[in-house]
Design a protein around this ligand. Structure first.
Ligand SMILES: *Cc1c(COP(=O)(O)O)cnc(C)c1O
Length: 462
């Protein structure tokens, strides 16, 4: 196939079921904003036209997945769907011990409550927020060791998700017996959906082996990461995506997974392990907090859906379209001069709100202000990843410290929106960019002591 044709290829599916969406008029949108205290989490989804809040649990299922739901075996123990699930995870990831959970954070909870002692350190390229919370809730220290290139927004470095192996070796050398495991998040969600290279996985494993510490992969976007490796890593040009996936996981001792991402499911997850050392403790706790080890908080039909989704996500035509669709949106915005994080990540486009709205100071939350503007302009819901989510109070002065980055994430659900929908999103963003001087900051009028971004209320500044 010529490059030209692959660039214009449409969605590799046709539509069988439709879910109507509607764009409310401007006055109704303004009313919703006011009522929600300018917090997009508080807007009912039916008042949203294009919902780019998250790619988690928002995938459209295939006809085969809907059919799989009818094959649910809802027996309490030993459901046949568990065995399909277990076989699928073993075949793709190569781990013999498979523990189902209802989402990724429970896999993290089971892992860290089993292996982590207070005061111990868990290095990661960048911890996802639930991973960090589970490390900290168990008394551990979550350490981010991503490569320095990750912080340069304009750098086109192809693997900004990579772990800094030199710093990792230093940490392991200086803290003997204090690091129960090393984690690698693929792709690096909190760092812009940027991939980790196969070479980096190998190098991380070599350091782990030297210090005899297990390597656990956060596998949420394993297929998207493998696709990037094929695209960007010379040695893997001619590999199939599944063979890259298998190669990656030969270097790991286990993985945590949210099937709400590359499982193409609306709920589900698992913890998978190579050795049986932790398995009994994990299962004991699983029974306490989730359910019996052959369902782990899921219905039999959900297990079947995830098993099917894990195979579908490895379809290369799907991945080509998926990664291409996100990139296409990013490129349209770049052409119009919209500042964003580069290279464009696997599951989202991240707008750089600080450069988008240079006249809005950090104390007036530029990323929040921009996400409000996108809803107001066109009913598009995005998510703020900036001062509202990550602002910290200086314990001495009481002053709020703004985080390094003020980003607005446009997260693309899998198989849900067409390119036409995303052309509309591009239009809305570009309109906001053209009229950026008119976008004003916001002020917090009400907030919770932690995770305030979910419930905070704001006032629009004049
Ligand atoms: C979503 C996510 C998780 C947590 O999974 P949930 O299913 O939301 O509990 C962990 N790590 C990464 C990288 C994620 O994106």
């Amino acid at each position: 196939m010529t490059d030209d044709l692959s660039r214009i290829l449409p969605e590799p599916w046709r539509v069988k079921v439709v879910e109507p969406i509607q764009l409310l008029d401007k006055r109704a949108r303004e009313k919703h904003l006011k009522k929600a205290g300018y917090n997009l989490f508080a807007i009912p989804s039916e008042a949203v036209f294009i919902d780019l809040l998250t790619d988690s649990g928002t995938s459209a299922m295939s006809d085969e997945q809907w059919a799989a739901m009818m094959r649910g075996d809802e027996s309490y123990a030993g459901s046949r769907n568990f065995f399909t699930f277990e076989t699928t995870v073993r075949e793709i990831f190569g781990f013999p011990y498979v523990i189902p959970t209802h989402q990724g954070r429970v896999a993290e909870n089971l892992l860290f409550s089993t292996v982590l002692k207070p005061g111990q350190i868990v290095p990661n390229n960048t911890h996802f927020d639930t991973t960090r919370a589970n490390v900290e809730a168990n008394g551990g220290v979550a350490l981010d060791l991503v490569v320095p290139e990750a912080k340069a927004l304009d750098s086109e470095y192809p693997f900004k998700g990579n772990m800094d192996v030199v710093r990792l070796a230093e940490v392991l050398q200086k803290n003997p017996g204090k690091v129960p495991l090393v984690m690698l998040t693929m792709t690096n969600n909190s760092g812009g959906g940027q991939p980790v290279s196969l070479e980096n996985v190998r190098a991380v494993k070599a350091v782990c082996e030297k210090y005899d510490v297990p390597l656990i992969i956060d596998a949420c976007r394993f297929a998207e990461n493998a696709y990037f490796i094929r695209e960007r890593e010379e040695a893997c040009r001619n590999w199939s995506v599944i063979s890259i996936v298998r190669e990656i996981f030969t270097f790991a001792d286990g993985c945590t997974m949210s099937a709400k991402k590359d499982g193409l499911a609306n709920i589900g997850g698992f913890l998978a392990l190579r050795q049986d050392t932790w398995v009994q403790n994990v299962k004991n706790r699983l029974v306490l907090i989730e359910g019996f080890p052959t369902y782990g908080g899921l219905a039999g039909r959900d297990l079947e859906v995830v098993a099917r989704g894990l195979r579908e996500v490895l379809d290369e035509r799907y991945l080509q379209f998926r990664i291409g669709q996100v990139r296409r949106l990013g490129e349209r915005l770049l052409e119009a001069g919209v500042p964003l994080v580069r290279p464009i990540g696997g599951h989202a486009v991240y707008l750089d709100a600080r450069r988008f709205l240079p006249h809005v100071p950090p104390s007036q939350y530029p990323a929040q202000s921009l996400s409000v503007a996108l809803y107001r302009e066109g009913g598009v819901r995005s998510v703020e990843i900036g001062g509202v989510m990550f602002g910290r109070r200086d314990p001495k002065t009481g002053q709020e410290i703004a985080p390094e980055l003020e980003l607005v994430r446009l997260t693309i659900p899998r198989r849900v929106y067409s390119n036409t929908h995303l052309d509309y999103v591009a239009h809305v963003v570009i309109e906001c960019f053209r009229n950026r001087e008119a976008i004003r900051g916001v002020r917090i009028v009400k907030q919770a002591p932690f995770l305030r971004h979910f419930t905070a209320e704001f006032e629009a500044l004049a």
